[in-house]
Design a protein around this ligand. Sequence first.
Ligand SMILES: [Zn+2]
Ligand SMILES: [Zn+2]
Length: 176
Amino acid sequence: MADYNSIKCSTKLLTHLFKRICISTTHFHNNTPCWEWTKSPHPTGYCQSKIGKHMYYVHRLMYCLFVEPISLPIQCDHLCRNRRCVNPIHLEAVTPRENILRSSGVAALRARQTHCKNGHPLPPITILPNGVNVRRCEPCRFAAYRKRYLNRTPEHQERVRTRNRLNSHKYRKTKS
Ligand SMILES: [Zn+2]
Ligand SMILES: [Zn+2]
C-alpha cells in the first residue's frame, strides 16, 4: 500500500509533480488559483500518479509533503470543491464524517436537515458500527408502524394470533 508519509521530498519527485501541474486561470479559492493536475483523473474525479511502485492520490500526497503528515481515516478535503486541484493551501485534513457533512451529496444534505419531511425536529445522526449514518424521525417511524398495524390483512392477523397462542402456551408450560 502507498505510504504517503514515508515518501521523500526530492527534486526528482517535485519535478515529476510540477511537470504535470497547471495553474488554473478559471478556478480559484480565496483569490488563489487551483493547481490542476493535467493528466486525466481517476473515475472518482481525484487525480492519481504512479511514484515508485505505488499509485498515489496527488492531492493527498501534496498535503503530506507541504502541510503535515496525515494517516487514514483522516481525509483530505478540497476547500475549492475542485477534485483536480492539488494546491496544498486548498486542502484541509478532516475526519470522514466532517467530509460527508461538507460535501453536497445526498448524505450531506440529509445530515444538514433539521426537520423531517413532516416537520418533526430530527435527533442527531447515529453512526452504526458498519459506518452507515442513520437519522430516524421517531414520530414518523411510530406512525408507519401504526399504519401497518391498522392495514394488516386477515391472514396477517391470524398469523399473529397463532403466534401469540403458541407463545402463551410455551409460557404456561415453563411456569408450571
Ligand atoms: Zn483548488
Ligand atoms: Zn417526522
